[in-house]
Design a protein around this ligand. Structure first.
Ligand code: SF4
Length: 288
């Protein structure tokens, strides 16, 4: 029923196409061949992505370049891998190791309210009590607190690139505002779930404009660990980013491009975050 509230929906099953006319997002139900793919990301053995594509549409997202998708359409389509919970149940019989949930998509993007694929995968992970690491920008993760709490080994990372909701809306148009993400961190910590905050990608002139407040708010949320990441620029990515209205401001564009082309910019930003974390008593990891 919820599905019909949000999407026009075909009941033809896998391969059928649905769309959300209000947001102009195409949602397609598809089948996949594998649930758990080997991951080369640090600390992860497997990647689990219940969706392809991401409605959050962050303008700095490198996933379309990894997936060879059209960057200009990123955020406008999602493929829901309808059979992934069933595949996962089978694969968990033989595949053991840390599962990263949401490595090239946000597992709690709005379409998860409709399909619950992430939740159904989590149910399989809980059944096996497999270790899991979830990364999201969405408050929807709160829905699954009681399920996640059943796991012996789990962590949830919440990404925060700025404390300014207005600016975040330009870079991460469909994601939960950062002020709410900080509350989500607090709620997860209150529930006794291990959390970290992903400060990344560091966006020049945005993330670094008020790092003191950002780190201090993370510490106040009860989170004890910060991971920082730089902006991973792929061929054609800057040209695509420049199309965003935020780059109409020529001073911003000039400063941003200058920072990106400087060899030392991210190194300095990383050291500053590390210092602030040390002052706030937060553990610090660098992902770049
Ligand atoms: S939430 Fe993550 S996967 Fe989704 S668009 Fe943003 S950066 Fe990309």
């Amino acid at each position: 029923m919820i599905l019909r509230d949000l999407f026009s929906y075909s009941e033809e099953g896998a391969g059928a196409k649905s769309s959300n006319p209000d947001k102009g997002i195409d949602v397609r139900e598809v089948s996949c061949h594998t649930a758990l793919s080997r991951s080369r990301l640090p600390g992860l053995d497997f990647a689990l992505n219940p969706y392809e594509g991401c409605e959050h549409g962050c303008i700095y997202c490198y996933a379309p370049y990894v997936l060879k998708a059209r960057p200009s359409l990123w955020g406008k389509w999602v493929n829901a891998r309808m059979n992934i919970p069933t595949l996962l149940r089978k694969e968990l019989k033989t595949k053991n190791g840390m599962i990263g949930i949401g490595t090239v998509t946000d597992p709690y993007q709005p379409v998860e309210k409709v399909f619950s694929l992430t939740r159904r995968c989590l149910m399989e992970i809980v059944r096996k009590d497999a270790p899991a690491s979830i990364l999201t920008k969405s408050e929807l993760v709160i829905r699954d607190i009681s399920l996640i709490s059943e796991l012996s080994r789990v962590e949830i990372g919440i990404t925060v690139t700025t404390m300014d909701d207005r600016i975040a809306a330009k870079f991460e148009p469909q994601a939960t505002p950062p002020s709410r993400r900080l509350e989500v961190l607090r709620e997860l910590n209150d529930a006794g779930i291990e959390t970290y905050s992903m400060v990344g990608p560091i966006i020049p002139l945005v993330t670094d404009s008020n790092l003191e407040t950002l780190v201090s708010e993370i510490a106040k949320s009860g989170t004890r660990r910060v991971m920082a990441d730089g902006l991973r620029v792929r061929p054609g990515m800057l040209e695509e980013m420049h199309k965003s209205e935020v780059f109409n401001d020529t001073d911003f564009r000039w400063g941003f491009d200058r920072a990106i082309s400087s060899a030392s910019y991210f190194e300095k930003a990383k050291l500053r975050i590390e210092e602030l974390c040390a002052d706030a008593g937060l553990a610090y990891e660098c992902a770049f």
